[in-house]
Design a protein around this ligand. Structure first.
Ligand code: MG
Ligand code: MG
Length: 273
């Protein structure tokens, strides 16, 4: 059942989402060769707790850490460890926070130093596909419209769309209805309704869409060992249109990137916390 949120609840969700956004911004300053994913995990946990929130993933389905840290061929759900990141790696960081009973859930794939042009393109296209999908999250459309748009866009670049893992409704639970696949058929699936909040999160592989899972029971990686990228925003449906609750602006401020990519999805001015 889809849980519709009131305007007040959406504002609480915006706060949770922005705590995650700010945490990713703090991590952006620290992602470099030599740092371990466990070190980054501790930084994230401190940042979340300093904002009066709880790490959203820690203990959820018994996940052991604050962050899902998935380098290179890992797609999602990687567990932080003591292996240092290396120049040329990419690292997908997925972060959750719980405050006032509502979750934020938001992800970004970072470059570690300089990466190859083909990996840069994977990151660019995957992030673009996130916005291509968000643009379809509007009253009158259905779940399949978002998935179709993301799939068309990314497969058009020859990439593989992960099937087994999907976006989702977000609220007082981390995973609510509806499931939001990154593939689908236009006009199919549940209808979007004013007041819905969803996490849209394309997981896109450079090669095959097929995946496998490590014996740790968590880590998902590409079947062919090629890299995978993951970008995620939290989005509310307000006045029939998508409104971003999360932002990559903290990351861009940390990395000195100029971007107006989020502008069209803001009905109110972004106020950074
Ligand atoms: Mg996530
Ligand atoms: Mg999610």
């Amino acid at each position: 059942m889809i849980k519709i949120k009131s305007r007040e609840e959406i504002e609480l969700m915006r706060e949770s989402a922005l705590i995650v956004s700010k945490t990713l911004g703090e991590l952006a300053k620290e992602v470099k060769p030599g740092v371990t994913t466990l070190q980054l995990d501790k930084i994230a946990e401190t940042c979340i707790r300093d904002h009066g929130a709880e790490p959203g993933f820690l203990g959820l389905y018994d996940f052991p850490n604050t962050l899902c840290m998935s380098p290179n061929a890992q797609v999602v759900h990687g567990i932080p460890n003591n292996t240092p990141l290396e120049e040329g790696d990419i690292i997908s960081i997925d972060c959750g926070a719980l405050k006032n009973g509502f979750y934020g859930d938001h992800a970004y794939t970072f470059q570690v130093g300089e990466v190859s042009d083909e990996v840069k393109k994977l990151l660019k296209v995957t992030k673009e596909s996130l916005y291509v999908g968000i643009r379809q999250f509007k009253v009158g459309n259905r779940v399949g419209d978002v998935g179709y748009a993301i799939q068309q866009y990314t497969e058009g670049h020859g990439y593989g769309v992960v099937r087994e893992l999907v976006g989702h409704g977000l609220g007082q639970k981390m995973h609510e209805d509806p499931e939001m696949p990154n593939y689908g058929r236009r006009g199919r699936g549940k209808k979007f309704i004013e007041g819905m909040v969803v996490a849209i999160e394309p997981m896109i592989n450079m090669g095959t869409h097929r995946i496998k899972q490590l014996r740790d029971g968590w880590t998902i990686l590409t079947a062919d060992g090629k890299p995978s990228a993951h970008f995620e925003h939290d989005v509310a449906l307000i006045d029939g249109k998508p409104e971003l609750l999360s932002t990559f602006q903290y990351i861009y401020d940390a990395l000195g990137i100029e971007s107006d990519e989020e502008h069209e999805f803001r009905q109110q001015e972004l106020v950074l916390i």
